[in-house]
Design a protein around this ligand. Structure first.
Ligand SMILES: NC(=O)c1ccc[n+]([C@@H]2O[C@H](COP(=O)([O-])OP(=O)(O)OC[C@H]3O[C@@H](n4cnc5c(N)ncnc54)[C@H](OP(=O)(O)O)[C@@H]3O)[C@@H](O)[C@H]2O)c1
Length: 246
C-alpha cells in the first residue's frame, strides 16, 4: 500500500505510520513542522523491510491552501495513492473552550470544516486514481453530547457524519471511507488528563486501524471495548446524562 498520512509525527499517527512501514507499506508524511517530519521520516526508514525512502510535505490543517499541493507531492513521490490517512486533530478541554471563543472556533475549524476540506481534496485524487481508502480519526466524543466535551464532541460528531455519508456515496466507485473512533488513548493529546479504566495504547490502536483498513471497514472503535462502552452511553436517557459527569 502507498499511503499519505497527515498527523504521522505524533501519538496514534506515529504508531500507525510505524505499523504500516514495518509491514512493507510505502509511507509519505504530511504535517506542519519540517523538523518533526524529517525526524519521523528518519525513524521510519530502518523499520521498512525494503528501506523505502520516506518523503514529506508541508500541510497545515489551519491552511486550506496547503492541502492540494501536499497531496499532489505525495501522489508524485509515491507514484500513486492507495490510501490517505488523517490522524491530525486538536483537543482542548470544555472549560477552556467556553472561556475562549476564538480557540473554540479554531478547534471547530481544524477538526471539522478544514478536515472535511482536506478529505474532499483527498477524495477527488483517490477517485481519479480508480479508488482507494480514506481513513480519518474522529472520536467516541462525537457519539453523544456530553458535559466534558460539548464543543470538541460536536466537532467530531460532524466529522463522523461526513465520513459515513462519504462512504455511502462513493463506496460503489471504489472509495472506501473509514471512520476511526478512538476512546481515551494515552498520547500527548491526553497528557495530564486522568485516564479512565479502558484507556488505550497508541500502538494497539494502530494495529486495529491497519486491520480495519485491510478489511475495508467503514467504522472501527479502538480499543474495541469502546464500541460497547459507547453503546451503553448512547442509550442512556437524557435525565441520566444531565446527572452524570461522563
Ligand atoms: N488521544 C485520545 O484519547 C483521542 C481520543 C479520541 C480521538 N482522538 C483523535 O485521534 C487523533 C489523533 O490523536 P492523538 O492523541 O494521536 O494526537 P496527538 O498525539 O496530539 O497528535 C496529533 C497530531 O496532529 C497534528 N496536528 C495538530 N494540529 C495540526 C494542524 N493544524 N495541521 C497539521 N497537523 C496537525 C500534530 O502535529 P504537531 O506536532 O505539528 O502539532 C500531531 O502530529 C486526533 O484527531 C484526536 O482528536 C484522540
Amino acid at each position: 500500500m502507498k499511503a499519505a498520512i497527515l498527523g504521522g509525527t505524533k501519538g496514534m499517527g506515529r504508531s500507525l505510520a510505524r505499523v504500516l512501514a514495518e509491514r512493507g507499506d510505502e509511507v509519505f508524511l504530511l504535517g506542519r513542522d519540517p523538523e518533526d517530519l524529517e525526524r519521523s521520516a528518519q525513524d521510519l526508514v530502518p523499520r521498512s523491510p525494503q528501506r523505502y525512502l520516506v518523503r514529506h510535505a508541508a500541510c497545515d490543517l489551519k491552511r486550506v491552501e496547503s492541502f492540494g499541493p501536499a497531496l499532489d507531492a505525495a501522489a508524485e513521490a509515491l507514484g500513486k495513492l492507495d490510501a490517505v490517512i488523517v490522524t491530525a486533530g486538536l483537543y482542548h478541554g470544555q472549560e477552556e473552550l467556553e472561556e475562549d471563543t476564538a480557540l473554540a472556533l479554531e478547534l471547530l475549524q481544524v477538526n471539522f470544516s478544514n478536515t472535511i476540506a482536506f478529505c474532499e481534496e483527498a477524495r477527488r485524487r483517490l477517485l481519479a486514481g480508480g479508488g482507494g481508502t480514506l481513513a480519518v480519526f474522529s472520536s467516541v466524543a462525537g457519539d453523544r453530547g456530553r458535559k466534558p466535551v460539548v464543543i470538541y464532541g460536536a466537532s467530531k460528531a460532524g466529522l463522523s457524519a461526513y465520513l459515513e455519508g462519504l462512504d455511502h456515496k462513493y463506496r460503489a466507485d471504489g472509495l472506501v471511507t473509514l471512520c476511526v473512533k478512538p476512546g481515551f488513548v494515552k498520547t500527548g493529546m491526553t497528557a495530564g488528563l486522568k485516564p479512565p479504566p479502558f484507556a488505550g495504547d497508541p500502538d494497539d490502536v494502530a494495529r486495529i486501524v491497519a486491520r480495519a483498513i485491510d478489511a475495508k471497514k467503514p467504522l472501527v472503535y479502538a480499543p474495541g471495548i469502546w464500541r460497547f462502552v459507547m453503546l451503553v452511553i448512547k442509550n442512556l436517557p437524557r435525565f441520566v446524562m444531565r446527572k452524570i459527569g461522563f
